[in-house]
Design a protein around this ligand. Structure first.
Ligand code: ZN
Length: 134
């Protein structure tokens, strides 16, 4: 069901630039990171295995905050594959059954049906390199 055929190629040029931190915000971010590292070291009390486990847990949860859970992205990929009739909007070629990437229109808006396209991994890499994001 090629519902989106007429807009397929228009969707490939839809990216917005991500907001970046100002110099003073960057200092705040580094200060926060220092505080987090200090707290992790306190919680680990000198045990490298405990530090590893705490750091890994916090890193994973922060990634979920930005990207959502892996299981949600897997479902979204299947939906987008169907909506796009299995076609990559970047190059117009057939997508593989596995290994395609969700490309966000506006990274801040997350992985939602309206904010993503499913594209080839190579097309994603090429697109990000062209924008200096890789
Ligand atoms: Zn492609």
């Amino acid at each position: 069901m090629p519902v989106y055929t007429s807009t397929r190629y228009n969707l490939s040029r839809w990216k917005m630039a991500n907001r970046v931190l100002t110099p003073s915000e960057l200092i705040q971010a580094h200060d926060l990171l220092g505080e987090i590292r200090q707290r992790l070291n306190e919680l680990a009390a000198g045990d490298p295995a405990t530090l590893f486990a705490f750091r890994r847990k916090i890193a994973k949860e922060l990634v979920y905050d930005e990207r959502g859970k892996t299981s949600e992205r897997v479902k979204l990929k299947a939906r987008k594959f169907g909506e796009q009739d299995g076609i990559c909007p970047e190059c117009g070629e057939q997508l593989p059954e596995k290994g395609a990437h969700l490309d966000r229109k506006n990274a801040m808006d997350g992985y939602t049906p309206a904010n993503t396209n499913l594209i080839h991994a190579e097309c994603h890499t090429r697109r990000q390199a062209a924008r200096g994001w890789s």
